[in-house]
Design a protein around this ligand. Structure first.
Ligand code: IMP
Ligand code: MG
Length: 337
């Protein structure tokens, strides 16, 4: 049974620090679930003084939690195996903790080859679009039959055996990948990924909607995007944000395009996701650059003369934009995530 499920969801274009939040919260849960995407994600965390980048495995595994890759995900077996090996080296008991739902689809070599040719969207080249296309075309291959070159290291499970276990009760932390603006339906199509990146996606992994308790909406004090569309205005301060914030892709190393925080985009994202708690990351980076700009809910660029005015305006606009009571938490990190 599920006692409750809490959700970590990205309100921007990915790369907002979901991994950091997941690692900080994971202690309080029994199971961590990745509910969408695949190797396109790059969740960077600092654990025991070490930088760790996970792509397909929920970061809760670093806290010894059962970590499930859910039915909404796609898996590339050989890179998953690399992640497994790296975690084993760190002393993580991956074999007893990692579980893959048999319904998750495989990213095959042909998908990687096809995605390698993309020039239009600026994908991560991890085969995501072609793999999800085949799933919906009903010609995909499910994880059930995954055998890697290293042998059959991928025993699969059925998530329903956890969600509806009559003996045990689980608190579940659901860790999303990408973000609202990359969601296949709500993002700026076609400059999106091929999975569902919103809270609703959690239910597509077999979790009943009534079990969802908290929704942590994650954002940064500014905006970044990686991909082909125009995004970054010509502005020296934004280039500085990229440098100070280390805004280069964890998966591809590409420079992330930067812009100011956009409340006209974030508020609808929070509404659709049913956010109960906002976590705004990288305040330290924003403060270092020292220019306090934000697009208000009408899309008009506002400039504030102090960080406290900026914070007050943002928190107030977010609270004002929501029907329900929300918490707003600001976060900084010495590691810049
Ligand atoms: P795909 O998911 O590799 O097909 O890429 C589609 C779009 O989503 C591209 O603009 C990618 O840069 C972006 N994208 C995919 N995954 C992530 C992520 O984890 N963080 C940031 N951008 C991502
Ligand atoms: Mg990332």
């Amino acid at each position: 049974m599920i006692e409750y499920a809490d959700v970590i969801v990205d309100l921007q274009y990915g790369d907002t620090g979901k991994g950091k939040v997941a690692l900080a919260l994971a202690d309080d849960y029994d199971v961590c679930l990745r509910y969408n995407g695949g190797g396109n994600a790059g969740h960077t965390v600092y654990h025991n003084g070490q930088k760790v980048v996970l792509h397909q495995i929920p970061v809760g595994i670093l806290k010894g939690k059962i970590s499930i890759i859910g039915p909404g995900c796609v898996i590339e077996v050989s890179s998953l195996y690399d992640e497994v090996v790296a975690l084993r080296k760190m002393g993580v008991d991956v074999d007893n903790l990692l579980r893959v739902d048999y319904r998750a689809h495989l990213v095959l070599k042909k998908h990687l080859e096809e995605d390698a040719k993309d020039t239009k969207i600026g994908t991560t080249k991890k085969g995501i679009g072609p793999a999800y296309r085949d799933k919906y075309e009903r010609t995909g291959i499910r994880a059930l039959s995954a055998v890697s070159a290293e042998g059959d290291f991928l025993p699969t499970i059925d998530v329903l055996d956890y969600w509806f276990d009559e003996e045990k009760s689980y608190k579940v932390l659901c860790e999303g990948a990408q973000g609202y603006q990359l969601d296949i339906d709500f993002g700026q199509y076609p400059y999106v990924t091929s999975s569902h990146c919103i809270t609703g996606s959690v239910c597509l992994n077999g979790i009943p909607p009534q079990k969802i308790r908290k929704v942590y909406g994650i954002l940064k004090a500014y905006t970044t995007y990686v991909g082909s569309k125009d995004f970054e205005p010509d502005d020296e301060d934004l280039r500085k944000l990229r440098e100070v914030g280390g805004e280069f892709g964890a998966t591809t190393g590409r420079p992330r395009k930067c812009n100011w925080l956009n409340l006209q985009e974030v508020i609808p994202a929070a509404q659709v996701n049913g956010v109960t708690d906002f976590i705004i990351n990288k305040l330290d980076v924003f403060e270092q650059v020292g220019i306090y700009k934000v697009y208000d809910k009408h899309g008009v660029l506002q400039t504030y003369n102090s960080i406290s005015h900026f914070r007050w305006f943002v928190a107030d606009s977010l609270r004002d934009g929501m029907e329900n009571e929300v918490n707003v938490v600001w976060s900084s990190s010495p590691n810049g995530i």
